[in-house]
Design a protein around this ligand. Structure first.
Ligand SMILES: Nc1ncnc2c1ncn2[C@@H]1O[C@H](COP(=O)(O)OP(=O)(O)OP(=O)(O)O)[C@@H](O)[C@H]1O
Length: 264
């Protein structure tokens, strides 16, 4: 479903993503795990056609996003770290706008919005203004919205950042439900090791732009002789994961710009 070969992205002399290769199978939940600054967001931006790689190849659902950009974009949904909902509008209206932007026909759009709002436990609150929602509810709505146009792949960049453990668990149980019922491939980034361990079928550990290992959480722990991914990370990289607050503020804006024709 996703195939990445020898991907490289440099900013000036600095190589943010350094010769990264991996495959993600259809229907898989794949976690890209690494500390802040490891190169996760840069990789997601390249996969979602927001950034052009210096070199390497990407295939999404059999398509080369460089040559089939519009077709490729229709195949995926994306939820960035920063909120992109309109707080003045209701949950239902936020879903509607997204559906219209993606040209989902009215009948299908409404049926799907209802299903997703129910799965993500927001149906009762569909007519409330989003600004009155809790952080967890807003995240759930963003993810429900990301599924609206029935993407083949959903990209989630640090979706649980800043949420309490209960909201994180709730969010993942909903994502897993859609992943299982629709076989949507989910590519997520996180620096929460425990989360990757519980949620992902397979994990890729990235540090300083290099992919250190890829495998099931179980295999990675076995390979390193450790009990947790936290320890495995330490064994593989010689350092503990740095837990800082991630703060890139411009991704949705960039995405909007990209849709209107510009690209970095
Ligand atoms: N446009 C840019 N210009 C220069 N350096 C950049 C640019 N974008 C990212 N970087 C650098 O590339 C490195 C990787 O950044 P990236 O955002 O991919 O990390 P990350 O693993 O996603 O971390 P985070 O969770 O904080 O977003 C960082 O050192 C970052 O400062």
């Amino acid at each position: 479903m996703i195939r990445v070969q020898n991907l490289v992205k440099s900013f000036g002399n600095f190589t943010a993503v350094n010769d990264v290769s991996f495959d993600v199978a259809a229907g898989e939940i794949f976690a890209f795990l690494g500390p802040n600054g490891a190169g996760k967001t840069t990789t997601i931006k390249m996969l979602t056609t927001l950034l052009r790689p210096n070199s390497g190849a990407i295939e999404l659902d059999g398509l080369n996003p460089e040559t089939h950009q519009n077709e490729a974009r229709k195949r995926f949904g994306i939820v960035f770290q920063d909120p992109s909902l309109d707080g003045e509008l209701s949950a239902w209206e936020n879903m509607e706008i997204h559906g219209v932007l993606y040209h989902v026909p009215g009948k299908i759009r409404h049926k799907r919005a209802e299903e997703l709002l129910k799965i993500f436990e927001l149906w009762e609150r569909r007519n409330d203004q989003v600004k009155k929602f809790s952080g967890g509810m807003k995240r759930r709505l963003e993810i429900a919205r990301g599924f609206l146009h029935t993407p083949r792949i959903l990209f989630l960049d640090e979706p649980t950042l800043g949420l309490d453990p209960q909201s994180r668990n709730q969010l993942w149980s909903h994502v897993k439900k859609v992943n299982e019922s629709e076989r949507v491939t989910v590519f997520l980034t996180t620096h929460y090791m425990d989360e990757a361990d519980r949620v992902a079928h397979r994990v890729g550990i990235i540090d300083h732009g290099k992919l250190v290992t890829v495998g099931t959480p179980k295999a990675i722990k076995e390979q390193t002789g450790t009990e947790s991914l936290e320890e495995a990370f330490l064994a593989l990289t010689g350092s503990t994961i740095r837990d800082e607050s991630a703060g890139s503020a411009d991704q949705m804006r960039q995405f909007a710009r990209m849709w209107s024709g510009g690209r970095r």
